[in-house]
Ligand binder design. Structure first.
Ligand code: SF4
Length: 177
């Protein structure tokens, strides 16, 4: 196991006193830099910054950052949720490290797709089936990981198969931990 001991701190960001959102940080006693290329290879939408030995990722609207001696999550609704998510991230790191022989590490730095790049691949019918007033609003939320491709039913229709495939290549969707 890579991470065996750590300390967890849950707090409200100082820039938002009284805010109803929480952040949590796990301070580690081991350097997890070597696992970052494996996480980069397996976490869809992760952004790896090799010089900084850091990897950022979005999961369900939460901002997650892995550093050499620290894992952090922010923008979580409640204190328990922040702590639970952090413990899930630690399990994810340990599982990924244990499976590293099966994973080809990836040291490239990807760019997040812009809302406009996503919008160009949507059906652009403004049909509202996703619950949004326009396809562009949906694109904004998809880029921010607040919506999933599956929330746009027309994308499952055969005439949009090519666009759907292109979106699957670029859109950030996070798997369950
Ligand atoms: S369901 Fe899809 S096509 Fe319809 S408005 Fe939403 S994004 Fe556009």
């Amino acid at each position: 196991m890579l991470i065996e001991t750590y300390e967890v701190e849950v707090f409200t960001p100082p820039c938002e006193p009284g805010a109803e959102r929480f952040s949590a940080v796990a301070r580690l006693t081991v350097d997890i830099s070597d696992v970052l290329p494996y996480l980069n290879a397996t976490l869809r939408g992760a952004i790896y910054l090799p010089e900084a030995k850091a990897l950022t990722w979005k999961k369900g609207g939460h901002n997650i950052a892995f550093h050499a001696y620290e894992i952090a999550t922010s923008n979580v609704e409640d204190r328990d949720g922040a702590e639970k998510e952090l413990r899930g991230l630690i399990k994810l790191v340990n599982r990924t490290w244990e499976r590293r022989a099966e994973i080809t590490p990836d040291t490239t730095t990807r760019q997040r797709p812009t809302p406009m790049a996503i919008y160009k691949l949507l059906p652009n019918t403004n049909c509202k089936q996703c619950g949004e007033p326009t396809c562009y609003t949906f694109a904004l939320k998809l880029a921010a990981s607040q919506k999933k491709l599956a929330d746009c039913p027309p994308l499952s229709e055969p005439q949009y198969a090519e666009k759907r495939a292109a979106l699957e290549e670029i859109v950030i969707e996070t798997p369950a931990m």
